[in-house]
Design a protein around this ligand. Structure first.
Ligand SMILES: *[C@@H]1O[C@H](CO)[C@@H](O)[C@H](O)[C@H]1NC(C)=O
Ligand SMILES: *[C@@H]1O[C@H](CO)[C@@H](O)[C@H](O)[C@H]1NC(C)=O
Ligand SMILES: *[C@@H]1O[C@H](CO)[C@@H](O)[C@H](O)[C@H]1NC(C)=O
Ligand SMILES: *[C@@H]1O[C@H](CO)[C@@H](O)[C@H](O)[C@H]1NC(C)=O
Length: 798
């Protein structure tokens, strides 16, 4: 350790500790002991010695945080050995750090001189920029510290490439706690194929984020937008990068590549006056790059953690048995190019995409087609799962670094020889004999059982024990008797298992009145318990039901086909308390996602037709579930609207074109969603809403407030927390957009979700809404009226 020359410490006293302001000009210099402070006093730049370092560095740290936290260092690799450093702007326009011998230890490295009047300014974002005095726009920065990160990614910094200048911005670890020189680990983007972020030890990949799938990185499902952070991934011809912003200005956060090779996201806790780790990555062994080798799949809750993709076997069974999966897997049957098919595996982190080819403009069907036609194609997947599946990634090489998630990830379609696919199918039909089904797990434990008038038990089908569940989603079961053979085979196709009536009678205590938990459109719903302890819900078709058997079957079949966490049918009596704004917003988002799934993401295009408060159920965690598929209609892929003679639905939620002309399209659901959003915000019902004489319903009232610029008054007055005014206003505007008179003006659910979720989304101005109940629609058969009281009261919550 070098002794610092003592005489130089005296120099301090001749200078004020902070030179005025946030900038250096060509006539001022920064000496050790002086600092620049950004305008609002957020960041400070000056000379520092990190940890126990004997050396001096020019760094940036948080001004207001008492624990000195250095976020950037200029001369990482060339420290000053004493207190004589000077930071100044040289004649050629470059920022330079000089030692006492006037040697240049560090420079901003510009080759063209920037301007005649350069200034170097520390911004409130923590960015230290060199620019012409006259111009402060970001485009005019000749140099900025954000382009040369150290180990920290601050909000607004870009992690990735400027493709025009080949500037690669990445973060790299310090060597140690008190040595900021570049260490072994770095986190950087590979812009090839579908760009991914990789964690490197020296030049070896040790962890991959997976490609950005439009919503998040396919390998980091925990990284999702939340109320604090907004993540984005920008990919244009000129630039490709990842960045994030803070939603709440008061939260201070930073992402750090730490010295032991972990990414850590810190959040400053004002209460504890300390940094706390919000998130870190890699998390488990499966995050280790290519842990299971080519065509191997990693599952961290399995032992051993590696398995082969369907149709593949371990390349080296012996190593595999010794729990070394790195050799990976090989095909059981070679491809023959002409007659191959695909097997779809779900919840996957996509394999390394840097060697894949990507076409954002293709649809998934075109993608499949293109993969089928190209003999070297091994697998394909959607490049963008935001708002449906679109875009195309094609792998013509080994698939490396695949893992699966319980929740998250996406579908990967792997090419297999026809004979392998045939093997799988015969495997499945033997399952059918057991009449076990469905890839499903109800997460808080209620299964829906439908029992129709005609549908009571069929001994021929056999009885079944409950299947072992493998995935989240709804389950539906049918008990049948006297069903036609067609119906039985149709339900077999759906893999519906059957229960005998005795089981159900036993489970519900002979449909005891105490077991009854609600009354749906078709009849009563009972709670029961099977012998094995599984909680079930049993829905019984009532003879008095206004709906027929067909609708009832329709519902059971739809629930069996549909798998989405916002569609599960769950009942809960517990939560009748007032709903906070956070709860309400989460409910709005949940319903929106459920609808989006129905409209776009599921394999069918489904119009629910009867979306209303009473058909939204809340589970214990207040997750909303859309229920009652009795009226839902499945549309063909290309069909966008139809006309129906039988107008059914609920008064107050029906769009004008549907109520009056029977025109049925997904925009009907969008309208109902709009009404529901306004109801959830206001805590009032659309129908039977009387604020004053002029407003016969809630939509009219909301529209009036909107026009008067007072829409915030719509908010339920029982809501006190006003943290989220912008969220409330955005939701009201989205509600009104959905309830517009003209179906073509109403947004698609994918846009609705985006508008709701995006803090600064530029929302269109809503046009006048359709006032569905104000137009003399006397003869509407508003048939399904019975409401599930539990949820109706929760949502009304007053
Ligand atoms: C790096 O981050 C990991 C994960 O948060 C943590 O366990 C480890 O202690 C950190 N290493 C250092 C040197 O801070
Ligand atoms: C991972 O393995 C566990 C234990 O075998 C299993 O329950 C789970 O379903 C597997 N995960 C996935 C996504 O297949
Ligand atoms: C097949 O796909 C690979 C990888 O995408 C591509 O390089 C090759 O040109 C394609 N071949 C044909 C015949 O299209
Ligand atoms: C992904 O899809 C969404 C919805 O269709 C679209 O808005 C977005 O621009 C797409 N992203 C890319 C990178 O193409």
């Amino acid at each position: 350790m070098k002794e610092l020359p003592l005489r130089l410490l005296l120099v301090f006293t001749f200078f004020s500790p902070s030179i005025a302001g946030d900038s250096l000009t060509s006539t001022t210099s920064l000496l050790d002991g002086q600092t620049l402070v950004s305008t609002s006093g957020i960041f400070e730049l000056g000379f520092c010695s990190p940890g126990d370092s004997p050396y001096r560095y020019v760094g940036i740290w948080y001004k207001k945080i008492p624990v000195q936290t250095i976020v950037w260092i200029a001369n990482r690799a060339s420290p000053l050995t004493d207190y004589t450093g000077v930071l100044t702007i040289r004649k050629d326009g470059n920022l330079v750090l000089l030692n006492s011998m006037a040697e240049v230890l560090w420079t901003s490295g510009l080759t063209v001189s920037a301007s005649n009047n350069p200034i170097a300014q520390l911004l409130d974002s923590g960015n230290f920029v060199l620019r012409a005095e006259e111009s402060s726009s970001p485009e005019s920065f000749a140099w900025q510290s954000f382009d040369y990160p150290s180990d920290t990614l601050l909000p607004g910094m870009k992690l990735g490439w400027n493709l025009k200048t080949s500037l690669n911005r990445y973060i790299s670890s310090w060597k140690s706690f008190d040595d900021p020189s570049p260490g072994s680990y770095s986190f950087r983007m590979d812009p090839h194929g579908s760009p991914e972020l990789f964690l490197y030890r020296e030049s070896t990949k040790i962890h991959a984020s997976g490609p950005w799938n439009g919503l998040q990185f396919s390998g980091i499902p925990q990284l999702k937008p939340n109320e604090f952070f907004r993540f984005s991934f920008i990919s244009t011809q000129d630039e490709v990068y990842y960045t994030y912003e803070m939603n709440k200005g008061s939260v201070v956060s930073r992402l750090v590549m730490n010295t032991s090779g972990q990414l850590q996201r810190f959040v400053w806790s004002a209460a504890k006056q300390a940094w706390s780790v919000f998130w870190s990555d890699p998390k488990d062994q499966c995050d280790h790059y290519a842990e299971c080798g080519p065509f191997g799949v990693c599952n961290s809750s399995q032992a051993p953690i590696c398995s082969c993709l369907t149709g593949f076997q371990p390349k080296s069974p012996q190593e595999w048995n010794l729990r070394d999966g790195s050799a990976g897997c090989v095909r059981i049957t070679p491809l023959d190019c002409k007659r191959d098919g695909f097997v779809t595996v779900g919840n996957m982190k996509l394999p390394d995409t840097t060697i894949a080819s990507v076409d954002e403009s293709m649809s998934l069907d075109e993608c499949r087609e293109s993969c089928s036609k190209n003999c070297s194609c091994r697998a394909y997947a959607s490049a963008n799962i935001s708002g449906g599946e679109s875009g195309c990634i094609i792998w013509a090489t080994d698939l490396i670094d695949i893992r699966n998630f319980v929740d998250g990830g996406q579908d990967l379609h792997v090419r297999l020889a026809a004979s392998e696919l045939a093997k799988m199918n015969s495997g499945r039909s033997s399952d059918n004999k057991k009449v076990v089904i469905v890839n499903v797990l109800i997460f808080s434990g209620l299964l829906l059982l439908g029992i129709g008038g005609c549908c009571i038990l069929n001994k021929k089908c056999g009885t079944t024990s409950l299947p072992s569940f493998s995935r989240r989603g709804p389950a539906a079961y049918l008990a049948k008797e006297h069903c036609s053979n067609d119906e039985i085979s149709a339900s077999k196709e759906l893999d519906l298992p059957f229960f005998d009536l005795e089981t159900i009678v036993a489970a519900t205590n002979n449909f005891a009145i105490e077991s009854k938990i609600g009354e749906g459109g078709f009849g009563p719903v009972y709670q029961g318990k099977l012998n094995n302890g599984q909680d079930i819900a049993v829905k019984k078709l009532s003879e008095k039901s206004s709906q027929g058997l067909d609708e009832f079957k329709n519902e059971v079949v739809l629930i069996a086909k549909l798998q989405h966490r916002n569609l599960v049918r769950l009942l809960d009596e517990g939560k009748r308390s007032l709903l906070s704004w956070q709860n309400r917003f989460a409910i709005i988002m949940g319903i929106g996602r459920g609808l989006l799934y129905l409209h776009q993401d599921s394999r069918f295009r489904i119009i629910h037709r009867d979306l209303k408060a009473g058909n939204v159920l809340l589970d214990r965690e207040m997750n909303p579930k859309i229920s009652d598929f009795g009226m839902a209609r499945i549309f063909g892929d290309d069909q966008t609207h139809a006309r129906t003679r039988k107008v059914v639905g609920t008064y107050g939620y029906m769009s004008p074109e549907y109520a009056m002309d029977g025109i049925l399209s997904i925009k009907l659901d969008v309208f109902s969603f709009g009404v529901l959003v306004l109801e959830i915000i206001s805590g009032k019902r659309n129908k039977g809403f009387y604020q004053s004489e002029q407003h016969s319903n809630l939509i009219t009232y909301a529209w009036k407030l909107w026009k008067e610029g007072k829409s915030f008054e719509l908010l339920d007055e029982s809501l006190e927390d006003l943290h989220s005014i912008s969220e409330v206003l955005r939701s009201i505007q989205v509600g009104l957009l959905c309830a517009q008179e003209q179906p073509r003006d109403r947004p698609m659910m994918s846009s609705v979700i985006m508008m709701l979720a995006t803090e600064n989304a530029a929302l269109p101005e809503p046009k006048e809404p359709g006032f569905s109940s104000g137009r003399g629609l006397v003869d509407i058969k508003a048939s399904i009226q019975s409401v599930n009281y539990l949820t109706a009261t929760t949502l009304q919550a007053r």
